[in-house]
Each structure stands twice: as C-alpha cells, then as structure tokens.
Design a protein around this ligand. Sequence first.
Ligand code: HEM
Length: 465
Amino acid sequence: LHKPCKKLPASPPKLPILGNLHQLSALTHRSLQSLGRKYGPLMLLHFGSRPVIIVQSADAATEIMKTNDLIFADKPGTRTTRRLFYDMKDISVAPYGEYWRKLKSVCILQLLSSKRVQSFNFIREDETAVLVKKIKSHCQSGSPVNLSELFTSLTNDVICRAAFGRKYSDGEDGKKFLMLLTELLQLLGSVSIGEFIRCLSWINRVNGFDNRVDKVAKDVDAFLEMVIQEHLNEGLISCCAADQDESRENFVDILLNIYKDNDTGVSIDKDSIKAIILDVYAAGTESTPTVLEWAMTELLQHPSVMKKLQTEVREIVKDKQDITENDLEKMLYLKAVIKETLRFHTPVPLLAPRVARKDVKIMGYDISAGTMVITNAWAIGRDPVSWDEPEKFEPDRFVNSSIDFKGLDFELIPFGAGRRGCPGIAFAMATIEFVLANLVQKFDWKLPDKGKELDMKERQELLFI
Ligand code: HEM
C-alpha cells in the first residue's frame, strides 16, 4: 500500500548540507520577504536538515496563532536557551504545559496586569524627568543628543526599578549586570549552525561559543542570587514593610511571596524566579527603546507628522507642566503614530519560533509534527494585500481604524498573538506613550547636520555562527 503523498508548501531550491541557510542574509526578515514574494506566504525552507515553515501573511498567521494555536504553543529549545534560562524555567522558552501556564498566569495577573503597570507610574515619571533634564542640559550647551543611548538607559532603569525595586545603573555591580545582559542578548540573537547541521554540532565547543554561554549564565546567576538575597535579607524586607505600600511592590518581592506560599501543584523555585526576572528583563529592554528610536526618526523625517503630533499633545496638556495618564488617553494621534511605527519598523521582526506538536493541515498543506514555524511579523506589516502603500510611513491610516496590535488583527502582530503572545504590551505602551508625548511637548526637534541623510539602516536580526 502506498502512503498518500503529502502536500507541502512551495520551497526554494536547497543545497545538500546547508539547506536554504545560504539564502538568508543578516537581515533575515528581508531575505525571507523576498523569497516569500516568489514562493508564497507559506513556504517551506530547510535550515540545514531541519524543515522550517515561514509564515508571511495575515491569513497564514491566523491559522498558526488562532486556529491552531494550541498545536503551535511549543518553542524549540536550544542549548543556549536551556543554559541561559535555567533549563527553560522561564516564560518565553518554557515548553507548553502546566508549569508554563502557571508562570504565564503569574505574569499576566500579577507582574504585568494593568493595575500593576499603573502602580509603576511614579517610576516612569521619575525616569522621564531624568531624560528631560539630560536633554535640556544638551540644549543649553548646544550639543546634539544621542537619543538611542538615552532611550536605552531610560528603559533599563524603568525595568530595573519595576523588577528589583532599585536602579543598578550607578553602582559597579549594576554596570557589570548591564554588560552581562548585553552579552546575553547577543548570544540569544546568535543562531548556532550546529543546532541545524548535526555534523557541525561540535563547532560551538571549539569556537568558544559554548564557553561564553556558560560564563554569562554563571555570572548572571551570581548577580540574581545576590539580588534575591538582598530582598530576602531582613533589612530590605522591613524597609519595604515600613511604608507597607503594597502598590509599590516590585517583581522580585511579588515572586518571592509566591515562592514562600507555594500552595498550588506546580512549584516555583528560586531558579524559576531568576529565570522569570531574566526573561522580563531580556524581553523588555531591547524592544521598547527600538520603538522610541524609530518613532523619533520617522517624526524627524516627516515634519508634518511631527507638527500634527505636537499640536495634539500641546493642546491637550495646555499650560500644565506634567502630562497625566488621563491626557494620554485623549491623544489619539499619538497612538496612531506609535501603531504606524510598530507596523513599519516591527521591533521583533521574526516572532520566536514555534514547533508543531502534532501533524496538522495549514492552508491545505500538510505540516508534520516537529516542524518549526517562524512568523515574519515585519513582512506581514508591509504586505500589500493588507495595507495600502505599505512602504509609506503614514500614521493617518490608523485614525478612525479599529486595527490594533493586541493579537486579534493579524495584519498587525508586533507583539505576536495567541497563548504565547507578549504579556508586556501594557507595560511597554505605558512607557512609549509617556516618553514620546513628553519629548514632543517639551522640545522642538531638528537633525544636527543639515543636509546630511539620517542613517535608516536596520541592525542585523539573527547571526548564524
Ligand atoms: C515594544 C515592546 C515589546 C515588543 C514589540 C514585544 C514583542 C514580543 C513578541 C513578538 C513576543 C513573542 C510573541 C509570540 O511568539 O507570539 C513577546 C513575548 C514576550 N514578551 Fe514582549 N514585547 C515587548 C515588550 C515587553 C515587555 C516590556 C515585557 C515585560 C516587562 C515583555 C515580556 C514578554 C514575555 C515574558 C514574553 C514571553 C511570552 C510567552 O512565551 O508566553 N515584552 N514579546
């Protein structure tokens, strides 16, 4: 008896050992977009010997993250993620199951709920005031400001204070931790060829990559252990108790409380706490400044958009000094500018890979269990099937439109969607809206070098090593 033939998505021709890896440039989302134009919105590539489905349209993404979300709720672990995230005890790489469900609900209900995000309002206000002060001092001395650096340090400080209850950017320990995190993010962005080409699996042992991963994992662990000890330490607990202000709890305190009265079936141990903190830190610190940076870049390139936004913000704030959350609610054009930035410069262009947990049909094609799926959220945001003039930065497209980025409209999925979607949307948006509104309200902007083109190049997405 013949097995019925499987119907597979179209594939570009591949090489014997590499598969299609040679067709991917450092800006992987762009290479995939151009391949997709030829092979369709659902195509099959091979990374070495591993089959990978690439999803590049809203319809195809709906089938993965809505219709079959449960089947694609797993992530493929790598040696690097296992080593860095305490054997995948975090939220973003933990396999789908009871443990992950518990963690995700802690994250959604306790760490990143709208109430909690609101409780961090004072942190955003403090840190934005620091940012504004730094910019003012540049204005006085007439020197240009490096917004990329300022956005990165603001985001780090906001997340640090929310996570640990204090900033670490000043002391030596903190500086070391920030350097470690930069290295950790670099390692996570590096895809080891050895993961896909079995005969090359030795390569990372020889080129020092595995050793780097082990060293970062060890050093990060030592730092997080110190932080947890600090929080467990009587001094800090009684000092927190002194103002008994539950609304000012930070992530470590909340997680330690859950750890102490671990009553449910799934246990959250100290490694889980460290992994969650690391996860939130890694997930939150790169993307937020990227959005701010692109938003300001596009505003500087489009003076009429800048003017319209400034008018809205200044009219709503009037002659008050401070912008309130209530003001932000009314700033509809601000929200449109941010949505357009997320569409046009999707900060996480390729959503984290998922794995099919069983055989499934997607758009009429047969996808086997174990196949990896990568969704190109960036290409979907620029798909002419979903968007008019997708290559144009045009915030007005979102004025009077109900399309949102919360994971229900699949033509705009900068935060992913479904069970594995981003739980940090409210946290990220609160920072982005507040900072951007303050920058356009308090300053008039221009580029430092007249006539010199702004560098619009993207940084590399994945590094295959
Ligand atoms: C503009 C800022 C942000 C963007 C664009 C973003 C984007 C994403 C994306 C694309 C995913 C994967 C979704 C999927 O695979 O379907 C994700 C997951 C995640 N994000 Fe965010 N994120 C941002 C900010 C944050 C912040 C501020 C936090 C926490 C404070 C956070 C925490 C997480 C976590 C824990 C996950 C893993 C969820 C899971 O696997 O269940 N993110 N994010």
